[in-house]
Ligand binder design. Structure first.
Ligand SMILES: C[S@@+](CC[C@H](N)C(=O)[O-])C[C@H]1O[C@@H](n2cnc3c(N)ncnc32)[C@H](O)[C@@H]1O
Length: 228
């Protein structure tokens, strides 16, 4: 059974707004790696309920976003109130944008829902202008290896999470670093840098748990350029 994003969209939005992994780790790091966006055309891929899109608009970007979940897009439209072009679309299909439409694309925590990344990455490459940039965050492949005791191979797995009291099962795909690198290069993108950042400086200490660690293996960030 595929992930029921519509079924937990409302709970996920609440969780995402204040959670360690989203609000104090993934989102601040994504915004840092994306850098200045004022006056740029930015695509938010798998935008969910729009928390990143909102920050990008606040920073002066012209933002488009899409998500496969109609409920996520309804929540994002309510949040952005006409401030971004938001559509229901599937990253596994041809994207509903012209060639060379965007300077920057962000893919926060979405690629690992796909088994095959090559066609989706080619589509992202197509809608990016030459020299444009894709910044993506994905589940760190080593996290899978540490939990499962296996690393090599493409594997489908399920993870149970509780979002704001609502239980959800996420269906995701594990890929090795080698596979990720191959997908990226085959799609006409170039790896600029890879990152495993710490949490944001303003992370409330009570969110860090007993260990108090500000750095852990959770997500991998990829900064990729579209080859001309
Ligand atoms: C973990 S959530 C992240 C949402 C948002 N990027 C954020 O950081 O708040 C993953 C999102 O990816 C979307 N998604 C999953 N598979 C997708 C696909 N094939 N095409 C478009 N969106 C997809 C889900 O609906 C969900 O909103």
């Amino acid at each position: 059974m595929p992930t029921d994003y519509d079924g937990f969209a409302d709970a996920y939005q609440v969780e995402n707004e204040g959670s360690l992994l989203n609000a104090y780790y993934e989102r601040p790091a994504m915004l840092r790696f994306v850098g200045r966006v004022d006056g740029k055309d930015v695509l938010d891929i798998g935008c969910g309920a729009g928390p990143l899109a909102e920050r990008l608009v606040d920073r002066g970007a012209r933002v488009s976003g899409f998500d496969v979940s109609a409920r996520m897009i309804a929540l994002a439209r309510r949040r952005l109130d006409g401030g971004a072009d938001l559509r229901v679309a599937d990253l596994a299909d041809r994207l509903p944008y012209d060639d060379d439409s965007f300077d920057v694309a962000c893919a926060s925590l979405v690629l690992h829902y796909l088994e095959d990344w090559i066609e989706p990455l080619r589509e992202i490459r197509r809608v990016l202008r030459p020299g444009g940039r894709l910044v993506a965050s994905v589940n760190h492949p080593l996290a899978y290896a540490l939990f499962e005791g296996r690393y090599f191979g493409v594997e489908r797995y399920e993870a149970r999470h509780t979002f704001a009291g609502h239980e959800a099962t996420l269906v995701m795909w594990h890929h090795t670093l080698d596979d990720i690198s191959t997908f990226v290069c085959d799609a006409g993108l170039r790896i600029v840098s890879l990152h495993e950042p710490p949490v944001a400086d303003d992370t409330p200490i009570e969110l860090l748990g007993q260990s108090g660690k500000r750095r852990f293996i959770s997500f991998l960030f990829l900064v990729l350029d579209a080859l001309a």
